[in-house]
Design a protein around this ligand. Structure first.
Ligand SMILES: NC(=O)c1ccc[n+]([C@@H]2O[C@H](COP(=O)([O-])OP(=O)(O)OC[C@H]3O[C@@H](n4cnc5c(N)ncnc54)[C@H](OP(=O)(O)O)[C@@H]3O)[C@@H](O)[C@H]2O)c1
Length: 275
């Protein structure tokens, strides 16, 4: 009988999730792959199995509670244990708030990044509590600490995920579970293809040499799984920056006010909110 550890990864069809699943698979873990794009998950499963690993594909939309329940049920009934749950599915819609579509940009973003992440934990928690061990790793962001203009809804979801992580840790760690969050800075993934907003369009982006690769974040998640702790900010140099902005939030206000005035002068939004 195979008693190797099991990791569940949501948002495994690309970016950080795919890199994380691949890394755990290479290290001998059994991997459960969840996201909406089934063909991507199946291609990744073939890759992992081609390298001697084991993968289970469970197409899942984290905005659909019955699909999340099916993910949890299929995982427990197929492999009977969950050692690490990487709650990673997420997206960004980085726009001026008055241009955001109430449903597609606001409600959906909250539904995937925050409600979806909470639902995934809710579905796995009874089984985790029953087995008496397991590590939940929520993929948050540096936007869980510092909220930039156009990141209003995204930051709300990631601040929310940080609060959820802290409360959950205090709720379940006395019962034997571990709960962490990882807080990545900018990462080169498909995220940017969907998220790009006025800041990105006008060149207010992180210099390419400072942008992480999905594999860097996967390695940090692996390290967190090996040595659980409350949270991990990657890259490390964001830690003093975020500390500074917590101490002197006015600094970011002033810096951002200039940027926003310039951007809005370049591309004013109409009274209907379209840019
Ligand atoms: N890239 C960055 O700069 C960055 C920085 C900090 C934090 N993060 C966080 O890292 C996580 C992964 O993002 P990424 O950068 O790897 O972006 P990505 O390449 O776009 O991957 C996002 C993943 O989320 C999945 N997803 C989106 N909506 C979903 C839904 N309704 N149900 C299930 N899965 C869904 C996507 O799969 P399907 O489309 O197949 O469903 C995809 O696998 C997100 O939580 C993001 O907020 C990213």
């Amino acid at each position: 009988m195979d008693d190797s550890p099991v990791v569940v990864v949501t948002g495994a069809s690309s970016g950080i999730g795919a890199a994380t699943a691949r890394l755990f698979g290479q290290r001998g873990w059994r991997v459960v792959l969840a996201a909406r794009r089934q063909e991507r998950l199946e291609a990744l499963a073939r890759d992992i199995e081609g390298q001697g690993g084991r993968a289970l594909v469970v197409p899942t939309d984290v905005t659909q509670w019955p699909q999340i329940q099916r993910l949890a049920q299929t995982t427990w009934s197929t492999w009977g244990r969950v050692d690490v749950l990487v709650n990673n599915a997420g997206l960004g819609r980085l726009k001026w708030l008055e241009t955001m579509d109430p449903q597609r940009d606001i409600a959906h973003q909250i539904q995937v990044n925050l409600t979806g992440a909470i639902w995934v934990v809710r579905a796995f928690l009874p089984g985790l509590l029953e087995q008496g061990f397991g590590h939940i790793i929520n993929v948050a962001s540096v936007a869980s600490f510092a909220a930039l203009p156009t990141y209003s809804v995204y930051a709300a979801t990631k601040f929310g995920l940080r609060g959820f992580t802290d409360a959950l840790r205090r709720e379940v760690e006395p019962l034997g579970l571990r709960v962490s969050a990882i807080y990545p800075g900018p990462v080169a993934t498909e995220f940017g293809h969907h998220a790009g907003g006025p800041l990105q369009r006008h060149g207010h982006t992180t210099p390419a040499r400072l942008v992480l690769r999905a594999e860097d974040v996967a390695r940090a998640i692996w390290q967190l799984a090996q040595r659980p702790r409350r949270g991990k900010i990657v890259p490390w140099w964001f830690t003093p920056l975020l500390g500074l902005q917590a101490l002197v939030p006015k600094l970011l206000d002033v810096l951002m006010a200039r940027t926003v005035r310039t951007l809005r002068a370049k591309a004013p939004t109409t009274s209907q909110g379209t840019s």
